[in-house]
Design a protein around this ligand. Structure first.
Ligand code: XLS
Ligand code: NI
Ligand code: NI
Length: 441
């Protein structure tokens, strides 16, 4: 039974159930069955789906050319504290009707920022108290919390990387409060997305200084959270640009280098967002693979971009082919470490019905569930893995193995090259692999 507050916001919609792929009901799951065992784990263990508070309950569809288009009934009260409670009621009802267990938030998605730091703290305290009450006795949990260090005008030159120390101090206070909020709501992890941690022009920017400040800022945040008993991971969410021209957390490889250079690699992992990967000129799969290879694939922000647009369109993930290739990477690398699949996605500006929020999430959830089932088929019913493993089999034994183990030096290899005989081309078999995947769909 759905958790409903004093007002039922999504009255027309009941609990979303699994009905199977023959179902014609648009408000049912065709593939997502949380308890179904797939490759040795339950579906909802592979895929810890989370609803993003900011897009689903906060974003009314404004864009640079116009104001919001969506009327959210939980937004009507003028008192910010009451409005925040209404929003939380709506969020719990929505998450529970979808049968999900997680949500993610920024500090000031939960409740409006106040006019002063103290007023903001008072706001947060009020919604924490309400949230703790709501969480009690429900299966709903917080996947991760974060701080909005990019919307307020004070952050126009960055937060941790701001050239003005006063702003860095303020951002530090805000992160302390966001960490406290995450801990108070028993959040599993904590995210840093550096929206304005970068530059608009290199002419006025001391890049090295700014990056060093960012590292110090993250050390402080981590040390504080650990001192408060926080056991979760910290995730950095790479994005190359937007709103800044260049963001320091450009892509997974850049972030991995940064974390290693500044001694943060033990506590931090990476949160890969699909549309951020494509903005960086990569595929989602590429970013997942880079993070997984560094043992840092921590969480996912699920969405999709638009091939014709050069910005973060944050559409719901429905591109099955893309998600199957992503699931192949995730599954073959032992899954996501600790985090989940957060729908950092918004319905379009002209999707103005409350039901659209349901269609969007059902579509995204079923796309991932279906991709997981297809991945299982690829891994267990085809030669996919065998073909790829075979491609590297010359390193499994003999001289190839000796090379890998560092036993052969350059002179030894020179000798081998003289005597090993003709090299025969080995096909990469890309088309066959592509067909195998399509055959499983
Ligand atoms: C924006 C980011 C943001 C983070 C959380 O592009 O995706 O929503 O996920 O701050
Ligand atoms: Ni994101
Ligand atoms: Ni994004």
């Amino acid at each position: 039974m759905a958790i409903i507050g004093s007002i039922e916001y999504f009255k027309e919609i009941g609990d979303i159930k699994f009905e199977g792929k023959e179902s014609k009901n648009p408000l049912a799951y065709k593939y997502y069955r949380p308890n179904e065992m797939v490759l040795g784990k339950k579906m909802n263990e592979h895929l810890k789906f989370a609803v993003a508070y900011w897009h689903s309950f906060g974003n009314t569809g404004n864009d640079p050319f116009g104001v919001g288009t969506k009327v959210f009934p939980w937004n009507h009260q003028s008192d910010p504290i009451q409005r925040a409670k209404d929003k939380m009621d709506a969020a719990f009802e929505f998450i529970s009707k979808l049968g999900l267990e997680y949500f993610c938030f920024h500090d000031f998605d939960l409740i409006d920022e106040g006019n002063t730091l103290s007023a903001s703290e008072h706001h947060l305290q009020s919604i924490i108290a309400y949230g703790q009450q709501k969480l009690k006795g429900t299966p709903i949990k917080v996947l991760w919390g974060t701080a909005n260090l990019f919307s307020h005008p004070r952050y126009m030159n960055g937060a941790a990387t701001n050239p003005d120390f006063k702003v860095v101090a303020y951002a530090s206070a805000q992160v302390k409060n966001a960490i406290d909020t995450t801990i108070a709501l028993e959040g599993e992890h904590y995210v840093f997305w550096g929206g304005r941690e970068g530059y608009v022009s290199l002419l006025n920017t001391k890049m090295k200084k700014e990056i060093e400040h960012l590292a110090q800022f993250l050390h402080n945040a981590k040390d504080y959270a650990r001192s408060q008993g926080f056991k979760g991971h910290f995730f950095i969410e790479p994005k190359p640009a937007e709103p800044s021209k260049h963001q320091y957390d450009y892509d997974a490889a850049t972030v991995i280098g940064f974390l290693n250079q500044y001694g943060l690699a033990d506590d931090f992992k990476i949160n890969i967002e699909v549309n951020h990967a494509t903005l960086a000129g990569h595929t989602f799969q590429h970013e997942l693979q880079v993070a997984a290879d560094a043992n840092m694939l921590g969480s996912i922000d699920a969405n999709r971009g638009d091939y014709q647009n050069g910005w973060d369109t944050d559409q719901f993930p429905t591109n099955l082919g893309e998600v199957v290739e992503a699931m192949l990477v995730i599954v073959q690398n032992g899954g996501i470490q600790g985090g989940g699949v957060n729908f950092d996605a918004k319905t379009r500006r002209n999707s103005t019905d409350l039901a659209d929020l349901f269609y969007a999430h059902i579509g995204g959830i079923d796309t991932f569930a279906r991709a997981l089932l297809i991945t299982e088929k690829v891994m267990t019913h085809t030669d996919f893995k065998k073909i790829v493993d075979h491609r590297y089999s010359s390193f499994d034994a003999g001289k190839g193995k000796a090379f890998k183990e560092g036993i052969l030096d350059l002179l030894a290899l020179h000798q081998i090259a003289h005597t090993q005989g003709e090299f025969k081309p080995t096909s990469g078999k890309q088309e066959l692999l592509e067909n195998i995947i399509n055959d499983c769909i």
